[in-house]
Write a protein that binds this ligand. Structure first.
Ligand code: GAL
Length: 690
């Protein structure tokens, strides 16, 4: 999001509330109890279509009129959600064409949520009408401060297989390719005799034997889903914008698959929000053997993604109790301290708004085990106390509102490559491994990073603030992107790429060029052969000036490209396997900068060597010594720096502060050894050095 149209000016706490789930007699008391706890915003209405249009074309506003007026009296602000994630039964029954379908064409039926499709003209009209009615009626209500479009676009499913989707897909392709000949060429349909001779022969993906899908078709399908989602969001945002008060924001709560969230945020929203449920990591359905490293701390990876979309984001749903639908996802109750820790995790990564999900656990429906702050019995409890404690500390961070997250290096991504991993298994394995390992090394060595998405409109300005950029596996490379990377390197940047870079063009077809294709001029590397490393006698490694370096998962077996000899250095060579002695890491200087090509995926061990070599490892080492078990993060504003220390461990952790710093929560100066309690979260204000 280049320009975030809305930003909170002070740390703000909210909660998700469903007036339609409770007797009216509870509303006022609920709002008062919320206010007492520090909650000043409620998000409402995002599934309540029937409360406004109980029958087709019959609109009634009394329910939310009454609720909003009470909010106004109680000085509670409101984020109003559009209800399009849950079309009413009367609608889907009368117009079944609005339903989304499974791949085999069977429609999803009323009863769950998100069972509609974006491309049904009927649904666009019905959704547009309810949004228009809501926005025109409530748009000027003084209690409202913001609007949420739909709920979690592309959650539950991110694939669409209805008739309307097929028809719209054909339109999308006609516009993109103009002729069937061009489409056949782009999709390589001569392979397996897939050639299309009429547009009517083309469908959104349908079941094919043994998953033998055409990958080039799939890439376009993912682009099409993203465009359809964004169009649906834009349609609603444009309607709301006509009626909302100046200063009220439009948001949606993400972040799900098959959407270019950056484009959506930029074109439709004023601010982006995220739903954070760290305790998924401890769910009963998680096989401990397959548990992802770092458990609840792993959410920091998602928060890094969110920050790349919108630097000063909000959390629309912050976990406040055990999770679980009646049918799945059962999880444990947050231990004492964990709710506060998880909320601080969001703040450390850039959130200035924390809204807990939900005020009270629902006593009926699929989510009776998705617990809120209050339990069914409605008594004050430990969780409410923890929310109050969080609020007390959160307000001490008011000065940080809008502060930047301090990143040591950047990691580049782009949506062509993100989507290619949906269908290309090799790309998925290679990229998935590196993404996880880069995150892990960043966490464990306390070397924070930002994600930077390369988009159509990206310019050098978006890159230059990072001295080092990793672009782990840009399998798809375009001339435009290669040119931008060149500019970045020439002006003094360091670019690092991994194996399998640059071997596809934008339709996902392989290029008939030596790898890394268009990047070869920057890397000075020439990939002669390549292979997965599994099946090798022993783990593959390379020798980097006497240091042993892991070369896991997949190897580019390289030489220095003939034309590049002059400015190019061989940094490391393979130490074993049939390619022992071949180049494993090559560095080439171009202009004031350099490019490194590592012939494998990134791992904790080789990343540590690289970060060290590039001089960006552990940027806080002058300030603090911290064990791996805590996360360190820093937010900076107007020359002031705040260091977050988050302890996710089930035991206390000791850190050593190397300077006297102000503990923001304890309101004392501290130095030397400090114990961070179990699930503790501390913030220290770093003294300004003149
Ligand atoms: C979120 C969703 C909420 C609620 C919650 C618990 O994904 O936005 O409406 O369903 O999960 O399942």
């Amino acid at each position: 999001m280049r320009k975030q149209n809305f930003q909170w000016t002070e740390m703000t706490m909210g909660v998700c509330y469903y007036p339609e789930h409770w007797d009216r007699s509870l509303w006022r008391e609920d709002l008062r109890r919320m206010k007492e706890a520090g909650i000043s915003v409620v998000r409402v209405a995002e599934f309540a279509w029937n409360k406004v249009e109980p029958e087709e074309g019959k609109f009634t506003y009394t329910f939310f009129d009454e609720f909003l007026d009470i909010c106004l009296e109680e000085k509670m602000s409101v984020i109003f959600g559009t209800p399009t994630a849950t079309p009413p039964a009367w609608l889907t029954e009368k117009y079944p064409e609005v339903l989304n379908c499974r791949e085999d064409g069977t429609a999803y039926r009323h009863g769950g949520r998100r069972h509609y499709n974006y491309n049904s003209v009927k649904y666009q009209k019905m959704a547009g009408r309810i949004v228009e009615k809501l926005a025109s009626h409530y748009g000027k209500h003084p209690a409202i401060v913001g609007w949420q479009v739909d709920n979690e676009l592309n959650c539950e499913t991110y694939e669409y297989h209805s008739k309307a989707d097929t028809e719209a897909f054909r339109g999308f392709l006609k516009e993109k390719y103009g002729t069937l000949d061009a489409l056949n060429e782009a999709w390589g349909t001569t392979f397996w005799n897939q050639t299309y001779t009429a547009w009517e022969q083309i469908y959104v993906p349908r079941p094919v034997l043994n998953d033998g899908y055409n990958p080039h078709m799939y890439l376009d399908y993912d682009r099409f889903i993203s465009e359809s989602t964004i169009r649906f969001c834009r349609m609603q945002a444009e309607i709301i914008r006509k009626y909302k008060k100046t200063g009220d924001f439009i948001t949606t709560n993400g972040m799900f698959w098959n959407i270019d969230n950056h484009k959506m945020a930029e074109e439709c929203l004023d601010i982006y929000t995220y739903d954070s449920y760290p305790s998924f990591a401890f769910g009963l359905d998680r096989d401990p053997k397959n548990a992802r490293d770092l458990n609840d701390r792993h959410v920091s990876k998602n928060l890094t993604e969110v920050r790349s979309i919108c630097p000063h984001f909000g959390i629309m749903e912050q976990q406040s109790g055990a999770n679980g639908w009646v049918t799945r996802m059962a999880g444990p109750a947050p231990r004492p301290g964990q709710m506060r820790l998880w909320a601080m995790q969001s703040v450390a990564h850039g959130a200035d708004y924390i809204s807990f999900f939900r005020w009270r656990t629902c006593t009926f429906g699929t989510e009776i085990y998705w617990h809120g702050i209050l339990d069914y019995d409605n008594r004050d409890n430990r969780k409410l106390l923890e929310v109050k404690e969080f609020y007390r500390d959160f307000k001490k961070l008011d000065g940080l509102c809008g502060a930047e997250y301090a990143a040591s290096f950047g990691v580049l991504k782009d949506f062509d490559n993100v989507w290619d991993t949906n269908i290309d298994e090799i790309h998925r394995i290679v990229n998935g491994t590196s993404e996880e390992e880069i995150f892990k090394v960043s966490q464990l060595t306390h070397t924070p990073y930002n994600l930077v998405y390369l988009r159509e409109e990206s310019t050098l300005e978006d890159l230059v603030s990072y001295p080092v950029l990793f672009y782990p596996h840009p399998v798809i490379m375009t001339e435009k992107r290669a040119e931008l990377l060149k500019e970045y390197v020439i002006q003094g940047g360091t670019l690092v790429i991994g194996c399998r870079s640059g071997y596809k063009q934008e339709n996902g077809k392989c290029v008939m060029m030596p790898q890394p294709g268009l990047l070869r001029v920057l890397t000075g590397s020439d990939v002669k052969e390549f292979s997965f490393t599994h099946g090798m006698e022993e783990p593959v490694w390379a020798d980097w000036n006497g240091k042993h370096m892991e070369m896991p998962v997949f190897n580019d077996i390289m030489e220095i490209a003939e034309e590049s000899c002059e400015n190019t250095k061989l940094l490391a060579s393979y130490g074993n396997s049939f390619y022992s002695g071949k180049a494993a890491l090559i560095e080439k200087k171009t202009g004031k900068g350099r490019t490194l090509h590592l012939g494998s995926t990134f791992s904790r061990q080789n990343m540590e060597l690289l970060l060290d070599y590039l001089g960006v490892k552990e940027p806080f080492r002058q300030l603090v010594e911290a064990p791996e078990g805590v996360e360190l993060a820093m937010r900076r504003k107007e020359g002031r720096e705040y260091l977050f220390v988050l302890n996710y461990q089930f035991e206390p952790q000791k850190i050593v502060l190397k300077k006297t710093m102000r503990s923001v929560f304890r309101e004392t100066d501290v130095c030397g050894e400090v114990e961070i309690p179990i699930f503790g979260a501390e913030v220290f204000e770093v003294p300004v050095t003149k």
